[in-house]
Design a protein around this ligand. Structure first.
Ligand code: FE2
Length: 159
């Protein structure tokens, strides 16, 4: 069937934007899984506040996964799904439940920064094509992950 989308974006632009968004989705999924796992396994004298901090972050991250995947679909492309597809697209490693709380937060800080860089790399792909809807979504993800990273740094006693 011929390309039926007539939205002002070419098929190539939509494919390139969707490929960039797929990397953001895969990194976001990996970070979500790790944040939720550390919410379960974090241990230490500040357990309650760490448990609640990570709960807020994984819930925010979970909601964004659907927005990212559905933006890919709205562009007429298929969203990646499944652990192996996400594993191939993301450089973020699984969490380790044996780690101490500081190591867990440092892990999550590094991984939030990875998502931020991936979203920042995707931004000009959307922006140059005039895809404001994707650029807006990426802006929201940048804001959210920069806020998560700040809260993790502050909890670690860093600026
Ligand atoms: Fe929980």
């Amino acid at each position: 069937m011929a390309d039926t989308l007539n939205t002002g974006l070419t098929a190539q632009q939509r494919a390139e934007i969707a490929a960039s968004l797929s990397k953001v989705l895969a990194d976001s999924y990996a970070l979500y899984l790790k944040t939720h796992g550390y919410h379960w396994n974090v241990r230490g004298p500040n357990f309650q506040s760490l448990h609640v901090l990570l709960e807020g972050q994984y819930q925010e991250e979970w909601a964004a996964l659907d927005d990212l995947a559905e933006r890919i679909r709205a562009l007429g492309e298929l969203a990646p799904q499944g652990y192996s597809a996400f594993g191939n697209l993301s450089s973020i490693k699984d969490g380790d439940p044996e780690k101490g709380w500081e190591e867990m937060l440092k892990d999550l800080l590094t991984d939030n920064e990875t998502v931020i860089r991936t979203a920042r790399e995707a931004f000009p792909v959307a922006d140059d094509a005039g895809d404001e809807a994707t650029a807006d979504l990426l802006t929201q993800r940048l804001q959210a992950h920069e806020k998560h990273a700040w809260m993790l740094r502050a909890t670690l006693g860093l600026k």
